[in-house]
Design a protein. Sequence first.
Lengths: 114, 111
Amino acid sequence: DTGVSQNPRHKITKRGQNVTFRCDPISEHNRLYWYRQTLGQGPEFLTYFQNEAQLEKSRLLSDRFSAERPKGSFSTLEIQRTEQGDSAMYLCASSDRGSTDTQYFGPGTRLTVL
Amino acid sequence: QKEVEQNSGPLSVPEGAIASLNCTYSDRGSQSFFWYRQYSGKSPELIMFIYSNGDKEDGRFTAQLNKASQYVSLLIRDSQPSDSATYLCAVEVRGRRALTFGSGTRLQVQP
């Protein structure tokens, strides 16, 4: 069990560019979550997948944001036309179907929009 | 009112003392409660979870839940300098999978 992995770990981009992040959950975890965290705040929920189905989306997930999990394994989060306000740590977590449904976080992708 | 509230701190305790971290939540439909530790620049790391009223102990950590008062706490016994971090309280509301986090309490353990 290698834990949740995320790539890239850091991304610097210019305003208006598109960026894509990848998350590989713990193997056999069927639930995958995306959160965003800014300095001094706790993580804020963005979206949740069970297998390949996107079951829940936050109103924070504007139309510039899209997430996919096409085969129920890894997931991607794309941000189009980035804005400076998108600068944050993007965290991915996964959990299994067990009763605890405990979410384990990956190392995160730190996005800086110049 | 924030859904999950924590005192931002910093909470400063001497090495070996008990650190007490508190969290209140507003949604009475909340059913699962989690404590995460986050070192600066790192991602949250699960410490423990609690579902039922009362105390739950795991090593030096004890989580306490009082649903009537909508209050959850984390006690850290024999605090060590390595415990210095931000502690995040997270709540799962019945029917939703998303966790709602507080802003965290920064703990400083003085050697």
